[in-house]
Design a protein around this ligand. Sequence first.
Ligand SMILES: Nc1nc2c(c(=O)[nH]1)N[C@H]1C(S)=C(S)[C@@H](COP(=O)(O)O)O[C@H]1N2
Ligand SMILES: [Mo]
Length: 314
Amino acid sequence: MLIRIRKSHELRDADVTPETLYKSRREVLKTMGLATAGAIGGSVIAGEAFAARLSYKERAITADEPSTSHDAITGYNNFYEFGTDKSDPARYAGAMKTSPWSVRVEGECARPGAYTLEDILKPHALEERIYRLRCVEAWSMVIPWVGFPLGDLLKRFEPANNAKYIQFETLADRERMRGLSFPVLDWPYVEGLRMDEAMHPLAILAVGLYGEDLPNQNGAPLRLVVPWKYGYKSIKSIVAIRFVEKEPATSWNVSAPREYGFYSNVNPEVDHPRWSQATERRIGEFRRRPTLMFNGYGDEVSHLYANMDLRKFY
Ligand SMILES: Nc1nc2c(c(=O)[nH]1)N[C@H]1C(S)=C(S)[C@@H](COP(=O)(O)O)O[C@H]1N2
Ligand SMILES: [Mo]
């Protein structure tokens, strides 16, 4: 029998089963510490933060797996600007100042400039999108992000024809980011995507998780989420977006080019030089599970790499 599995980003409100809706509502409620489901009416979640400025559209996408616990998502992080231990970001990222926040838009586009976070968010409806994040260290989580498609924002800046790639840059505040004192990486942290990857509807900018504002340790106030790539592509606390003609530098590729390529697509067949990438441990589970090609998003994204040798372009 052939069952067509709808692509995750094609799911509409009406497709979300009462169970998944109930479950995601309950998770949100739990996080917000609210007692009754009545507090959340149709779809708008009240709250001091971004939800007050924007309508948060509750829409569970790819909710086919249970979300990792809020504690693990916000307590077990990689954010080297605050240290290399998984518990450092939760401990030290509170020092980061996320308001006011602005993003420099530079390079090959018609509307470069400095945009405040408010400018950036205003026209975009926020949605809940539940995506897997798979770290190169072979652990994974399922995270109910709140965000909007990256491509919708990039289009507003009117990229020029020669803008073939995008580079992103993280805040580098020596006073408040204690990890910057250590030369673990070339600061500021930078990452990049090819233009067609950046325009794919699965690539989002996240501003929240579990229905609340993004905690600092997860990359407040604005971070990239590219679910079919290893976690390090999902750059946190973005202060610059640059339209460029040539493949841009990315921090991990600069630090260890043999270990980390530009593409970094999740690929169980291409091992990291020092360990296998064939399996992963979902945080909260004991047994390892096989890693899926493109982190399970192959139906949606494999066409982007149709004629490429993914052993060479790792
Ligand atoms: N600026 C910055 N972004 C970053 C990192 C980092 O150290 N600095 N770590 C990356 C890595 S390796 C992973 S796995 C994810 C972790 O995201 P999470 O802590 O929200 O789960 O963030 C990515 N983004
Ligand atoms: Mo990672």
